[in-house]
Design a protein around this ligand. Structure first.
Ligand SMILES: [Zn+2]
Length: 265
């Protein structure tokens, strides 16, 4: 069994402010250690379920957060960014059996995590087919395009609720809840143990897990914080400026949506 793990940091246990998410800030160290512990637990859970190959994408900011030496020897770790439109799922292909998302977070336009956002922080809102899109949904469509099911998600409670509303059969662990600029987290060790157990159960139950339905066509609307970013990005081929802060793009093929997002978000 071949498993893909994509790891972000804003949905890791305890992480609350941007300084904890930034590589060169002293506060990053504790967040990086917990992110690594949660990914290691997911790897152990996958191995317990029979995984023989595990690819891990360090998918936050610089892509250089995870401490490689603390991951199991079966892991291939992807650091940095190749520039491929799959972004947080770089190197994913049809040969994988399941996807695990660790440390994921609520999207822009929601209040369930003090660090809520979707892709770049200058984006106020991304809607796909008139549905507010988190990074879980954007990556979920990539996974659906490649017919690899997302089997497990950990992150903030708002995201876990969204996962259950969006698709059935995905197991989740909510490690914290955001209230205003604060978070309430479970104990880091409890989070790690629950992630390990739930990833095992998720991969064992994989045949029951339905992949996300891929719509036949896509209308993407991005609302920017600054009007000049909307003006500039509306020059992407096929995109149009529909309001001073809003760019719209339509495509039948989700890969074209990803190519658009790579250049404008
Ligand atoms: Zn991130």
């Amino acid at each position: 069994m071949k498993v893909y793990i994509s790891a972000d940091i804003e949905g890791v246990t305890g992480v609350t402010v941007w300084d904890e998410a930034k590589l060169h800030k002293p506060d990053h160290k504790i967040a990086q250690e917990q992110m690594t512990a949660e990914v290691r637990a997911a790897c152990e859970g996958a191995l317990n379920a029979g995984a023989t190959e595990i690819w891990v994408k360090d998918a936050h900011d610089s892509g250089r957060n995870l401490i490689a030496s603390q991951l199991p020897p079966e892991v291939k770790l992807i650091r940095g960014w190749s520039g491929h439109p799959y972004m947080m799922l770089q190197e994913l292909d049809e040969t994988f059996d399941g996807i695990v998302l660790i440390g994921y977070h609520s999207g822009s336009g929601t209040a369930a995590n003090p660090l809520s956002h979707t892709l770049m922080t200058g984006v106020v809102d991304i809607r796909v087919n008139d549905h507010q899109a988190s990074e879980f949904i954007l990556n979920g469509y990539t996974a659906a395009m490649l017919k690899v099911p997302i089997v497990f998600v950990s992150g903030d409670k708002g995201l876990c609720d969204e996962v259950h509303n969006f698709v059935s059969g995905i197991r989740t662990v909510a490690v914290k809840e955001g209230i205003g600029e604060s978070t309430i987290s479970i104990h880091p060790d409890v989070a790690v143990n629950r992630i390990r157990e739930e990833v095992t159960l998720a991969l064992q139950a994989k045949p029951a897990c339905r992949s996300i339905d891929l719509p036949p066509n896509f209308t993407v609307e991005i609302r920017y914080k600054d009007h000049y970013n909307a003006y500039r990005n509306a020059f992407y081929p096929g995109a149009k400026l529909t309001a001073p802060y809003v760019v719209e793009f339509e495509a039948d093929n989700y890969f074209e949506v990803l190519r658009f997002l790579l250049f404008v978000a």
